[in-house]
Design a protein around this ligand. Structure first.
Ligand code: MD3
Ligand code: FE
Length: 203
């Protein structure tokens, strides 16, 4: 079942549910190589969400700005490889809504603990806005805020649950979006946290 949130934004409810445990089996290895960290924004705020990356490119932020890098600045090493099961799931989801041949070169991993949130923002550090972004929600549910390319438009709210996948392309690609403070809870596979994977074509 596919729900259209806006032109270009397709919610695939439960698309990653069956693969969820397999996706999570690869998570610990990725995070052992590139640990989660709280990035600092150019404005000097420390993000409440903890992040890491895998794949050829990874998204980072510091006082100098936002950018994609080939190395994890913590390790001074390339980001760990993107697990095949992750890349294949993202490609299947993209193809489901008409984006054939989606080959992401970056996967951003966001971890939310109770109280973590992500303020309204646009994703525009990628070179090619014609490629979609695929997001996979795992663990605790979150309230996702989905606006328009105009910051002042009031966002719509959607509850994203374990296994939900969203494909953001076309006119939705530059929409403002964010995540409300995570409510406490317990998830059988992830405990008191939410993990979000976003697959991008950054180069
Ligand atoms: C809509 N992550 O990492 S995923 C991010 O749940 C980010 O961790 C959120 O926003 C999270 O940048 C939301 C959904 C998402 C991701 C990218 C988008 C929605 C998007 C890009 C354009 C429009
Ligand atoms: Fe984003």
């Amino acid at each position: 079942a596919q729900q259209t949130l806006a032109p270009g934004a397709a919610l695939l409810r439960g698309f990653a549910r069956e693969a969820g445990a397999e996706l999570l089996a690869a998570l610990d290895g990725v995070l052992a190589a590139a640990p989660l960290r709280h990035l600092v924004t150019p404005g000097g705020h420390t993000m409440s969400v903890a992040t890491s990356n895998c794949g050829p490119l990874g998204w980072v932020s510091d006082r100098r700005g936002y950018r994609y890098t080939r190395e994890d600045p913590l390790a001074g090493q390339p980001w760990p490889p993107m697990p095949g099961s992750w890349r294949e799931l993202a490609a299947r989801a993209a193809a489901e809504v008409g984006f054939d041949g989606f080959v992401p070169d970056a996967c951003l991993i966001n971890q939310y603990l109770p109280g973590s949130k992500l303020s309204l923002h646009q994703d525009k550090d990628e070179n090619d806005f014609s490629a979609p972004i695929v997001s996979v929600s795992l663990g605790l549910p979150a309230v996702f805020l989905f606006g328009t390319p105009e910051r002042s438009d009031r966002p719509q709210r959607y509850r994203l649950q374990h296994g939900d996948v969203v494909v953001w392309g076309g006119p939705a690609r530059l929409a403002f979006h964010g995540v409300a403070a995570l409510a406490d809870g317990h998830h059988v596979l992830l405990g008191r946290r939410r993990i979000n994977l976003t697959f991008r074509c950054a180069a």
